[in-house]
Design a protein around this ligand. Structure first.
Ligand code: ASP
Length: 343
């Protein structure tokens, strides 16, 4: 088996400078020295680092393109891919990559760590070695166990576009609130095969989509929100899409001005999707009177999608179909690779 590891940066790539004590990115040589096991198993591992290595707060759609392009360029030569990434924005990157490929039929496993690779108590080694094992896991018929973009951390493998970073302190930094884990790693790695998706047709060539439109915004409602604040976002020049973060099952204050502003924005061509501020559960527009207005204004339901998945999916669809809002809306309401459940 052959696995390609793409090192983008983040805490996992850090070591402490012996003189200053500060954490700094390790060069490839130092990184390899900390995990010699990586190159000592029966899986053949090669590594491509970003230059420079980046904190994940500095990653953006160009970085997603860079990661996806490396996978695309090496797709035939490798059985699986591991992307080492800072944990802060890992869920955005994993979501973005899940939407960028058509016919993905090999594993892409994102992982990182809460403590640098160069520290004794680091969680980096386990996360990295288990991710490599998952990326190389194939059955006897030659089919990968997890032909999805996924995220592994602290014993749990999740569908990438279902994850959210939930903890800045514990090793278990991520959760997938609305979809169970695809696998658990203890003494053995136990895969939950019924939950793993097969979204790509291995007989068709891999296709990569790279056009992101970043003219999007997240509008988070709160009790007491004022019209000028809402207007400043909805009237932003060139804006094309909005993730509207609502209360509970997708509810919003019943101000007349809010309804009017949203209605006019949709009429003007903005794509607005309702995403609940709750981690668990789904938007159910029309269930309460206070969400009826949103429905009437033309706001779409995001069901139980995460903000990370909705935002990246919206950016990609707006970029891929710049003049076809109807298509963008149709695809936003459709799960493309398991990112939400609508029944
Ligand atoms: N700031 C770091 C990053 O996201 C944190 C981490 O890797 O855990 O790059």
């Amino acid at each position: 088996m052959k696995v390609l590891v793409i090192l983008t940066g983040g805490t996992i790539s850090m070591v402490r400078n012996a003189q200053t004590g500060a954490l700094q990115p390790a060069d490839l040589h130092t990184f390899k020295a900390f995990v010699p096991e990586m190159f000592a198993s029966e899986t053949q591992v090669n590594m491509i680092p970003f230059d420079p290595l980046l904190d994940s707060s500095d990653l953006n759609p160009d970085s997603w393109r860079q990661m996806a392009q490396i996978v695309y360029d090496h797709y035939e030569q490798y059985d699986g891919f591991v992307i080492l990434h800072g944990t802060d924005t890992m869920s955005y990157s994993a979501s973005a990559l899940s939407f960028m490929f058509d016919n993905l039929s090999k594993p892409i496993v994102f992982t990182g760590s809460q403590l640098p690779i160069g520290m004794l108590r680091s969680d980096a080694k386990e996360n990295l070695l288990t991710s490599i094992e998952i990326a190389a896991a194939y059955d006897q018929e030659g089919k990968p166990f997890v032909p999805e973009v996924c995220l592994y951390m602290d014993g749990s493998l999740y569908r990438g576009n279902r994850t959210t970073k939930r903890n800045a302190e514990h090793f278990s930094a991520f959760n997938s609130y609305n979809y169970p884990a695809l696998a658990r790693a203890g003494v053995h790695i136990t895969y939950n095969k019924a939950l793993i998706g097969n979204y790509g047709n291995a007989c068709h060539p891999l296709k990569l989509k790279t056009n992101f439109d970043t003219r999007v915004a997240i509008l988070k409602l709160f009790p007491g929100i004022t019209e000028p604040v809402v207007a400043s976002i909805l009237d932003s020049p060139g804006l094309r899409g909005v993730v509207l973060e609502t209360f509970g099952a997708g509810n919003a204050p019943s101000h007349e001005w809010l309804y009017r502003r949203l209605y006019n924005a949709v009429e003007k061509g903005l794509v607005i999707v309702n995403k609940t501020q709750c981690n668990t559960g789904s938007v159910a527009m029309g269930h309460y009177a206070v969400s009826m207005n949103l429905l009437k204004a033309g706001v779409l339901s995001g069901y139980d999608i995460t903000t990370e998945a909705l935002l990246t999916k919206m950016m990609l669809l707006l970029g891929e179909f710049p003049n076809d809002n109807k298509k963008v809306k149709e695809l936003l309401l459709m799960p493309l690779c398991g990112e939400f459940t609508n029944e």
